[in-house]
Design a protein around this ligand. Structure first.
Ligand code: NIG
Ligand code: FE
Length: 418
């Protein structure tokens, strides 16, 4: 069989081989390492994964050969929770934060998400596109090959929501990274519905959701279920309606206040629940039973100055598959650096490096429902691969804050080289 790209002389090849499903419990830390690895790719697919030399049946005539020089190779990283497309930035909140103002306090006074909503409404399609394109370039340089992006800065303005999702769609077509879109119209209560938020939920159910589906703008529907934002009851109504219309439910759950979002994620059959800093033990058990992926975002806790970490160890013990993501957004986590998040996950959530790797590859793929296509280095899967200039995976966590990526490959093509 003819190869188009070969990666040889891989010090440690992290394959994540096995079942294409979220890894839970003990399996969260099983990453299928191969020493002295070699990979052959034909066009966008992996055709061989092994150790040492390639077998004779693989014809390398004319193929591009990468000598990995003993470096570490992993599946392309997947950032499964971002607020990619937005206008403006919020460095003005830093001083308020240092003065002791809380995230929800800033939001309630019309700042926070509302201020990004104003900037996003003002920005043209082209401006949003260029800003997000730049972020995708940064992510690409960090070894990321797939990114989820949420709308959610329209608040009252549905036009702005549509604009955000259309930008995400265009980015998926134009940028080398894969961009998967989520509708998050329920991200904050518009100021004009402050005293009648149920009315806004009705509009969401009867007008917005059907339109998003009709225009084919998103795969997922997410809700910010939080005190002072969308209640459990309102989140339930939105997610069940979304599901009925064919969108897959996701939920920002128990991020700041423990409301029972984890329990709700299981009840509505969400593919994932995100944040979960305040998830209850019952909620974690419910998630395990329902097979909901926990998407933990330790960069957000770090940036919001939260001391209490999400209970990652308990989740793993209880059999909840754990994924990790940046939560890249202009307010609670303004960074595209998923490698830094990996370090935070290890040090703050006490996840082992192998568990962390699973969380940003196979389990992140499962949180996006694409685990059969990406998330591991196995024959037949998409050739989305990252080569890191590190001697072993512990090193990536240990030497933090910098970019260890050397080459990013997406769909069998080199899209970034240091
Ligand atoms: O995941 N929690 C709600 N949404 C984002 C923050 C958005 C923002 O502050 O602009 C989050 O933390
Ligand atoms: Fe978020």
């Amino acid at each position: 069989m003819q190869a188009t790209l070969v990666i040889k002389n891989i010090g440690t090849l992290v394959t994540l081989k096995g079942e294409n499903a979220p890894r839970k419990g003990k399996l969260q830390g099983e990453i299928g390492e191969i020493e002295n690895g070699v990979i052959a790719i034909r066009d966008d697919r992996i055709i061989h994964v092994g150790s040492g030399e390639l077998p004779d049946v693989i014809d390398v005539t004319g193929a591009q050969i990468i000598d990995a020089g003993g470096k570490v190779v992993t599946p392309g990283l997947i950032d499964c929770h971002t607020h990619l497309v937005h206008g403006g930035s919020r460095e003005n909140e830093l001083a308020m934060k240092l003065d002791g103002k809380g995230y929800l306090e800033i939001l309630a006074s019309g700042g926070g998400i509302h201020s990004t909503a104003r900037a996003t409404e003002k920005a043209s399609f082209q401006e949003l596109y260029e800003k997000a394109y730049k972020s995708l370039d940064i992510m690409k340089s960090f070894g990321i090959t797939t990114v989820e992006g949420k709308s959610g800065y329209g608040i009252g303005s549905f036009q702005t929501e549509i604009k955000q999702m259309e930008v995400a769609k265009k980015l998926n077509e134009d940028h080398p990274l894969r961009v998967i879109s989520t509708f998050m119209g329920a991200h904050a209560i518009p100021m004009e519905y402050k005293d009648d938020s149920d009315k806004f939920v009705d509009i969401m159910l009867n007008e917005m959701l059907p339109k998003v589906v009709e225009m084919d703008l998103a795969k997922f529907c997410d809700v910010f279920c939080e005190e002072g934002v969308f209640s459990i009851d309102q989140s339930r109504r939105i997610l069940l309606k979304a599901k009925e219309l064919g969108l897959v439910p996701k939920i920002h759950a128990d991020e700041i206040v423990s409301l029972g979002g984890a329990e709700l994620s299981a009840e509505v059959g969400a593919i994932s629940a995100e944040h979960l800093v305040g998830a209850s033990e019952q909620g974690i058990k419910d998630m395990a039973k329902a097979g909901v992926v926990a998407v933990l975002l330790p960069g957000t806790s770090f940036n919001l100055g939260k001391k209490e970490p999400a209970k990652a160890r308990l989740m793993i013990e209880e059999g909840v598959p754990v994924a990790l993501s940046t939560d890249y957004n202009p307010g609670s986590c303004p960074t595209e650096n998923l490698q830094f998040i990996m370090t935070l996950a290890s040090l703050h959530l006490r996840m082992k490096p192998s568990e962390v790797i699973t969380a940003v590859t196979m389990n992140a793929a499962a949180a996006l429902g694409i685990e059969k296509e990406v998330g591991s280095i196995q024959v037949g899967k998409k050739a989305d691969i990252a080569i890191f200039d590190i001697p072993n995976i512990d090193y990536m966590i240990y030497h933090f804050g910098i970019n260890h990526n050397y080459i990013t490959i997406k769909d069998g093509k080199i899209i970034y080289k240091k």
